[in-house]
Ligand binder design. Structure first.
Ligand SMILES: Nc1ncnc2c1ncn2[C@@H]1O[C@H](COP(=O)(O)OP(=O)(O)OP(=O)(O)O)[C@@H](O)[C@H]1O
Ligand SMILES: [Mg+2]
Length: 347
């Protein structure tokens, strides 16, 4: 649905040119919710504004629904943009227009007649849960309701793609959840492709199918959300995930391990961090380590969570016993797709 090829964006600046995007290749498939996450200044807004050519990239090609937007003339570009709706962090509503008239704005601009506009906008207000507030003005509704108006307006021209640039950043956690659920709903019910820009892993965790991590104008990591959560590769990704899945074990756990290893009588002891996702559960993993490999286990720390019905988690255990059997057990777990980290306690 969206294909970005070799996108570079260079802004002129007082201290010389700023390279905000440095060769981005990205492929977003129809009907998915694709998250793009990065720290402030990473290039997220620059990237999302390239997708509808609000920013013309310095170099590269922007394919949306099969056409390279950078090659279109003004009239064709305006038409192509109707396929791409956008919602913003600060809603960008017109204060002098009612909820209904804000949602209707793109259709008025396109010259649609009043009856057709009503036929289009009323169901949309219904969809976003604002039918009862159609005659209110933006000053008379809450932030979450304003964003619902923004979403209705973005959907008015029946786009194929919805771009969201920090649409929930100005909202409290509960309102954020309800707006994200609404985006998920329009994705499912209307088959819309959604591109979601955020700096919060919580947002990615709740709605995205796949995620790309952007850092200093480059995509440094991407994949299905569950994979990125359970096997983050880059330091930036680990630090972004840390708010949901702490990447380091607490000091008390390491203290406990030092205590346990001090009590070892023969054999070896090793702190293991096991991470998994999907159908596996810990109980059989642990009982096998004990029964088949004859290891002693102390469970020290753990966390289990869910991403869109898929369970994932990590568990810290201290395993002790025969050294060769311990290595066999680790190899077997790895062979089965469990991520096994041998954690050292020095320092
Ligand atoms: N119009 C502009 N002119 C010059 N530099 C710009 C312009 N817009 C953005 N930049 C610079 O480009 C880089 C990327 O900015 P961008 O707005 O894309 O980041 P972002 O990831 O959206 O950040 P935030 O999370 O703070 O919104 C930053 O260094 C920024 O200062
Ligand atoms: Mg931004």
């Amino acid at each position: 649905m969206i294909d970005l090829r070799g996108i570079t964006q260079i802004y002129p600046g007082p201290q010389g040119p700023v390279e905000a995007l440095r060769g981005i290749d990205l492929h977003i498939t129809p009907g998915e919710v694709f998250g793009i996450i990065g720290r402030s200044g990473a290039g997220k807004s620059s990237l999302v504004r390239v997708i509808n050519l609000l920013n013309r990239p310095t170099r590269g090609e922007v394919f949306v629904a099969g056409r390279d937007l950078t090659l279109l003339n003004d009239a064709d570009l305006r038409a192509a943009r109707r396929d791409i709706g956008m919602v913003f962090q600060h809603f960008n509503l017109l204060s002098s227009r009612t909820v209904f008239d804000n949602a209707a704005l793109p259709l008025e601009l396109a010259g649609m007649d009043k009856a057709a506009i009503r036929g289009r906008v009323n169901p949309l207000l219904e969809l976003v849960g604002l039918s009862a507030l159609a005659d209110r003005y933006p000053a008379q509704i809450s932030g979450g309701q304003k964003q619902r108006v923004g979403i209705a307006r973005a959907l008015a021209s029946r786009p194929k793609v919805l771009l969201s640039d920090e649409a929930t950043s100005a909202l409290d956690p509960e309102t954020t959840r309800s707006i994200l659920a609404l985006l998920r709903q329009v994705n499912k019910e209307l088959g819309l492709t959604v591109v979601l820009i955020t700096h919060q892993m919580q947002v990615i965790k709740q709605v995205a199918d796949r995620v790309a991590v952007i850092d200093a104008g480059r995509i440094v990591e991407q994949g299905p959300v569950i994979d990125v959560f359970t096997r983050p590769q880059q330091p930036i990704t680990k630090s972004l995930i840390d708010e949901i899945v702490p990447q380091e074990l607490p000091a008390s756990v390491l203290d406990h391990v030092r205590h346990l290893s001090g009590q070892l009588q023969g054999g070896v002891g090793q702190l293991l961090r096991l991470s998994y996702s999907g159908e596996r559960a810990y109980q059989p993993i642990l009982s096998r380590l004990i029964r088949e490999h004859g290891l002693d286990l102390s469970i020290l720390h753990g966390q289990i969570d869910e991403i869109q019905d898929q369970t994932f988690g990590s568990l810290a255990v201290y395993a002790s016993g025969d050294g060769a059997r311990l290595q066999n057990a680790i190899a077997q777990l790895r062979g089965e797709g469990v991520v096994v980290e041998e954690v050292t306690t020095e320092g």
